[in-house]
Design a protein around this ligand. Structure first.
Ligand code: PBG
Length: 324
């Protein structure tokens, strides 16, 4: 049936009608907020390239966690900036590491807030790469035991979920085996399965002080032109025991989210990364786009593409604006 009997504008006449027929929604419970933990106390350190994002010392995390929980946001993902870095990233698997202690603080303050621990060495290595270096390249198999040790240490400190973001081959299997033999067979793995070597991580690397001192991450993170390869990464991670999958960044990779949604039935996460966040803020500051609408449209687009949940630095401000 077509015009004049069909008039698609009938369902767009007003806000209430549009809400009645809305296909996709984003609620605070769909969102995860990233937190950067610092050593020391009384520290609230704003990230210059990420408006509103503040790096916090452990003692500041309790109030922050309560606020996030009260907003109805589903959970947090933790990143750490250690007091000292070394070639093997030992801060990542120190039992009194900055994220380990942060997890404990958050668990006490807001027990129902989901605590996801990012698992990677790049914030902890003095060279800034995500694994152990050998002749200028990251040695895959030597990195695996360190990631496994880090995951066990984070689970012991109270992580509800561990999320490896290093992109080593075989890391999910190594982590699953280690968690199981340490008695953490109930700790799920959210794999950053399709993580691309992206320009959009720029502001995060300021925040996490994790820019590689030499070279780049292209020998381990994925090459942006490749979509089929992302399906191979995801299938491999599921085979190794991943419980949930992630695509990262989000907006330039919406096709990957859609393909993943059609192919895999596990919970699917998207990471709206630092550059996506800062870019919207920068354009809004110049008056070129409306921030609130831009944020809403970007989140809804990521959900419509197929993501169940979104890790985003906008989680708090989006939740604060209330129901829509
Ligand atoms: C660590 C990691 C990165 C991000 C999340 N985990 C950075 C990187 O690979 O350089 C990026 C997050 C963001 O940009 O918001 N491996």
């Amino acid at each position: 049936m077509s015009f004049p009997r069909t008039r698609l504008r009938r369902l767009r006449t007003g806000r209430a009608m549009r809400q009645l027929t809305q296909e996709t929604r984003v609620t605070p419970a769909d969102l995860i907020y990233p937190l950067f933990c610092l050593p020391g106390s009384g520290v609230r350190d704003p990230v210059a390239s990420m408006p509103g994002v503040v790096r916090l010392s452990i003692d500041q995390l309790a109030d922050e966690a309560k606020e996030i929980a009260d907003l109805g946001v589903a959970g947090v993902i933790l990143f750490g900036i250690p007091a000292a870095k070394d070639s093997r990233g030992s801060g990542a698997y120190a039992d009194d590491g900055v994220v380990q202690r942060g997890l404990e603080a958050i668990a006490k303050a807001a027990p129902d807030l989901i605590r996801i621990a990012d698992v990677c060495l790049c914030e902890y290595t003095d060279h800034g790469h995500c694994g152990v270096l050998e002749h200028g390249d990251v040695n895959n198999d030597e990195t695996l035991p360190l990631l496994a040790q880090s995951s066990v240490s984070l689970a012991r400190a109270g992580a509800d979920v561990v999320a490896p973001s290093d992109m080593m081959d075989g890391r999910v299997g190594a982590i699953r085996t280690a968690l199981d033999s340490a008695g953490f067979e109930r700790c799920p793995i959210l794999s950053y399965a399709a993580k691309y070597a992206s320009a959009f991580y720029g502001p995060f690397r300021d925040a996490a002080e994790s820019t590689p001192s030499e070279g780049d991450r292209r020998s381990y993170q994925m090459d942006p032109p490749n979509g089929r390869e992302a399906m191979l990464e995801m299938a491999a991670d599921l085979e190794e025991g991943a419980d949930m999958l992630m695509v990262k960044p989000a907006m330039p990779y919406l096709d990957i989210l859609r393909r993943a949604r059609e192919r895999f039935d596990v919970p699917l996460f998207a990471y709206q990364v630092s550059g996506e966040f800062s870019m919207l803020h920068a354009a809004a500051e110049r008056g070129w786009i409306d921030l609130e609408r831009g944020v809403e449209e970007s989140l809804i687009g990521i959900r419509r593409a197929g993501a169940d949940r979104i890790i985003t630095y906008f989680a708090k401000e989006y939740a604060r604006r209330g129901a829509r």
